[in-house]
Design a protein around this ligand. Sequence first.
Ligand code: NDP
Length: 286
Amino acid sequence: MPTQRDFLPSLVGCLSTGAAGNPTVEMIEAAFRHHNLHWRYINTEVPPEGLGDAVRGLRAMGYRGFNCSLPHKVTVIPHLDGLGESAEVMGAVNCVVRRGDQFIGENTDGKGFLRSLQSLVDPRGKRVVVLGAGGAARAIAVELGLAGVGRLTVVNRSAERGEALLQILRGRLKLDAQFVRWEGDYVVPADADVVINSTSIGLYDGDARVPLDINTLQPGMVVADVIFSPPQTRLLRDARARGCQTLDGLGMIVNQGVIGVHYWTGIEPDAQVMRVAVANALGVPV
Ligand code: NDP
């Protein structure tokens, strides 16, 4: 007896503008294939004025969830039924999960980073320096705060964004946090445990220099970069030469994907399969 085949995949995807340049699809579909899941991830170009219709369309088509990339991470919120804890604190969503008949907004940017960091160090009680105060820095700082970090120093060029992040960290999360205006080369405090570049310095430029006095990086510190292309940034090369442990931005992307696939499907996907797929898609070394 021939078995009846199922021609209807479970659907997830991504809503963004500039969707053609987003390689996440390669990584997520590699996981689906590897785990024999009858799922598809569809990259979709959605202009800001089409967002509400797009989300209603996904509901009507029974999507199991979706990622949101720029420029929809904040504006998607009114179209959802609820928010996870860190997404609510950050006021930004990058991963929507269907739970029952509700679309719940989560933020996996910071969670992906946290999972990478936890492969080297438990952030609880640690003293962390976050360079930058944009979307990536905010996601990372909030997630570190929820994970019980000891002290957080936000270093940023513009005071406005730095102070806004500080308000969340101190006001909402009651953290021991401070803001330092970034002028000249930043001197890393000798007692820092973790230093994270969450600025865009170094994206597509392996020689770009983060203005930081590298002689103040101590052996044993963990130095992380959000930059994923190229993964071996100048900061990470310098930090390794100083005896620091390092984490690249590919790990953050991969772990976001791992967490998203887990939220949607319930399985724990193979992170290495996803890392190879996204590195190949970006044309960078694994
Ligand atoms: P934003 O535009 O929101 O923030 C950029 C940040 O970088 C700001 O703090 C900005 O400071 C700072 N910055 C930029 N140029 C300089 C400079 N020359 N000197 C000092 N500070 C500078 O971007 P995002 O936070 O969304 O993204 C930041 C980077 O993180 C991007 O390269 C992005 O590709 C990467 N990213 C990586 C992810 C991953 O999974 N690995 C996930 C998300 C993002 P100011 O406020 O003063 O302008």
